[in-house]
Design a protein around this ligand. Structure first.
Ligand code: MG
Length: 310
């Protein structure tokens, strides 16, 4: 049995949060090692068994760009029977074709709030990327799929510095207008602080993009991910992205410790009495198992603390 925090609720928080687990996709995509397909499938099964109701499974980006996820076609059928939402990334219509042919029901496109990152990641301007996604989102919606829009560099950009709120609002508005059900605000290099988070969510609300349609995706580069998450929950956000064991860094942020660890998030939410449905003990055991497969310890503080005790 895992040690659990004492539950003491705080005012102004949602009763329940949906954790959008990104470890198998965002985590493994940014790991040096290429993990065997069966290990990925087992990872996803264990995450589902730990109570995660949304597990982003893989990406249908061209294998040339993301060799770590080149086995999407082999992996997806191994897990598609699970009773868990399994979103997949689709960069374009070809990617959507591949996802649809495997029966995917939840897809995500990925845009950038800044020109520099759009150029680096998509080889396009921000508006060219939005134009590329428009028919993808329209067709996905016609097929009855849910569509998430990721937005990178919402707070700071390694080339451009701080990102103006209105620039982020404009791209969010465009993604919402084209039909995205949910927008995930990415702090790709981890520079956000809580006031900035609340200011962005407030500005989006004023622009007609309510907190109920937002998710937050924080990186813990400067140790701010949990503080930023709490700030977002206080503004009405109820979906939080996190990566089991803190898997994955960001290739554009030097020494980035990467994604918010799901265990660190669940520890805080358990303590606050906010329901997630996640079993912290099973989740920690899963991340410890995965760390053994990767041959390096989990960077998650909670995984380390709980593993140390056992
Ligand atoms: Mg990430």
């Amino acid at each position: 049995m895992a040690t659990l925090p004492m539950t003491v609720p705080a005012p102004g928080l949602p009763a329940r949060v949906r954790v959008h687990e990104v470890g198998p996709r965002d985590g493994l995509q940014n790991e040096q090692a290429v993990v065997p397909t069966e290990v990925k499938a087992e990872f996803i099964r264990r995450l589902a068994a730990a109570g995660l109701t949304t597990v982003e499974a893989t990406s249908f980006v061209h294998p040339k760009w993301v060799p770590q996820l080149a086995d999407a076609e082999q992996l997806y059928p191994l897990v598609s029977g699970l009773d868990t939402r399994l979103p997949v990334l689709v960069p374009n219509e070809r990617g959507l074709d591949r996802a649809l042919s495997l029966g995917a029901r939840h897809v995500a496109v990925f845009a950038s709030a800044t020109e520099s990152f759009a150029e680096a990641n998509l080889n396009r301007t921000v508006d060219e990327a939005l134009a590329m996604f428009t028919p993808v989102v329209a067709r996905a919606r016609d097929e009855g799929l849910t569509v998430r829009g990721y937005l990178s560099m919402c707070f700071g950009d390694p080339w451009e510095g701080p990102v103006p709120l209105e620039q982020v609002v404009r791209v969010c508005r465009a993604l919402a207008d084209m039909g995205c059900d949910e927008l995930s605000l990415g702090d790709t290099i981890g520079v956000a602080t809580p006031g900035h988070v609340q200011a962005l969510i407030a500005a989006l609300g004023e622009a007609g993009v309510p907190a109920s349609t937002l998710a937050v995706h924080f990186h813990d580069t400067y140790g701010q991910a949990l503080a930023n998450t709490l700030a977002a929950l206080q503004q009405g956000v109820t979906t939080v992205d996190a990566s089991a064991g803190g898997l994955g860094g960001c290739p554009y942020a030097k020494s980035a410790t990467g994604n918010l660890a799901t265990e660190d998030l669940v520890w805080m939410l358990d303590g606050l009495g906010v329901e997630t449905g996640v079993d912290l003990g099973l989740l920690t055991a899963t991340s410890t198992w995965m760390a053994d497969r990767l041959g390096r310890p989990s960077p998650s503080r909670t995984v380390r603390a709980l593993s140390h005790k056992e």
